[in-house]
Design a protein around this ligand. Structure first.
Ligand code: GLN
Length: 195
């Protein structure tokens, strides 16, 4: 909850919970100490601005809240399911904390151009075998030749969603649509791993 389209994700999780029948409780994590208090079954990294997120979430010694280093090392150790959208996808592919990327692909920021080049269009989601409404806002782009994991969504022949184990990164914003498909997927990951 450092910055960005985070409240919309909570609404999507609630919709996903209703649709799937999987009960949830949502914890809003802003600092390393919030993080330590709540071990979550799944995590979401929202879209927004990575520069702001990196600054506000950086190590405590550097004046940040310590959230990002705590989260990244927990994700590496626990292998907890995670969904990163847009800026969240950038953080997962390029955590910039000196550790391994959480998803094996390079990604370029603001790669479609400026704010006026933001757009909506149907995306083909192989993970669900159907179309999905893609909302691209100053979106990043995966360096297509660097993707070293499953390709789960494409737009005009270009990969816009990837998956590695139970980690998903999307360059678009599913939380800004009425369709909770990706959030249902995430809740299913938690309920499958706790059975
Ligand atoms: N432009 C943002 C960044 O580079 C990402 C855009 C988004 O999350 N909608 O951090």
């Amino acid at each position: 909850m450092l910055q960005g389209a985070r409240h919309a994700h909570i609404r999507s999780l609630e919709r996903a919970s209703e649709q799937s029948g999987i009960a949830i409780s949502v914890h809003e994590l802003r600092t390393a100490s919030h993080f330590m208090k709540h071990e979550c079954d799944v995590y979401i990294l929202p879209g927004g601005e990575t520069t702001t997120m990196r600054r506000t979430g950086e190590r405590l010694e550097l004046g940040g809240s310590g959230l990002l280093p705590a989260l990244f090392s927990h994700l590496r150790e626990s292998n907890a399911p995670v969904l990163g959208t847009c800026a969240g996808a950038i953080l997962l592919c390029e955590p910039e904390d000196g550790g391994e990327p959480l998803l094996p692909a390079r990604i370029g920021r603001n790669a479609y151009g400026r704010q006026v080049d933001s757009f909506q269009d149907a995306v083909n989601v192989q993970l669900f075998n159907r179309e999905y409404p893609g909302v691209f806002i100053r979106a990043p782009r995966f360096d297509q030749s660097s993707i070293n994991c499953h390709k789960i969504a494409n737009h005009n022949g270009e990969v816009v969603g990837i998956m590695h184990d139970n980690r998903v990164a999307l360059t678009f914003h599913p939380e800004l649509t009425e369709d909770p498909g990706f959030h249902v997927w995430l809740l299913n990951q938690a309920s499958n791993s706790s059975e």
